[in-house]
Design a protein around this ligand. Sequence first.
Ligand SMILES: [Ca+2]
Length: 239
Amino acid sequence: MSTKRASRSRQTGFIVQAICAAGLAALIMLGFAQAAAAQNRVANPSFETPTLTAGQTTTSIPSWTVSAFNLGGISYNTPELTTSSGNQWLFFNSEISQQTTTIIEAGQTYTLKGDFGVRTDRPFPTFSEPASLELWAGGTAMDGYVPGGTFIGGTLVGVVAGQFRPGTFVWTVPPGSPLVGQRLSVRLASAFGDEIAADNISLTTPSTVPTLSEWAMILLGLMLAGGAAVVIQRRRVAG
Ligand SMILES: [Ca+2]
C-alpha cells in the first residue's frame, strides 16, 4: 500500500469514527430529551422523602396533603410488604392529595399510574377493590381532598397482601374541554377506610412526537453525517 493511499485510508477511518461519534451524541441527546418529555409530574412520587432507616415510620408526608382522619404515614420496607420502587412506601386509611404544576393542555393525553398493596399482617379484605387512584382538575389540594376541583376519572385497584399491584388511568383531553388551562391534581383514597399502602405514583404525558428541540438535534446529526459524507466523496474524487 502506498504512503498516499495509507494516509487516505487513515483519514477515511477518522471521518467514519467522527460520523459514528456524532450519531451517538445525537442519539444520547435525543434520549435525554425523551426522558425529559416523559418526566413524572408528581412530587415525592415514591415516598422516599424524608429518608428513613429500616424499622422506621413517619407521619410526615412531604408534598402531599392528608386527611385529618388519616392514621398513616411513610414506612420503610418491611418483611410484611416490600416494594420494588425504592425503600419506602405510603400507608393510609383515608385520603391523600397533591396538586401538580401541570396545566391541562388541549388534546394532550395524561397517564396516571400507582401501585397499591397491603401488609401480610394487616389482612383484610373483605372487599376486592379498595384503593382509588384519581385525577382531578382545578381547585386546591387540601386535607386529602381537592375542594373546588372537578373529578376527571380514575381507577380502583384490588390489593393483595404482601405485594404491590399496579393501577393505571389514561385521560385524553376531549375537544372543547372547559378544563383546559386548569391544574391537574392526584388523589389516592382507601375506599373503605382500611389501611392500605401505595407507592410509585406517576403522572406523565407521551413523548412519541419529537419536540422542536428534538427535531433540531435530529437535524444537527443529519447535517454532521451529510457533511462528513461530502468530505469523503471529495477526497475520493481528488485521490
Ligand atoms: Ca417508594
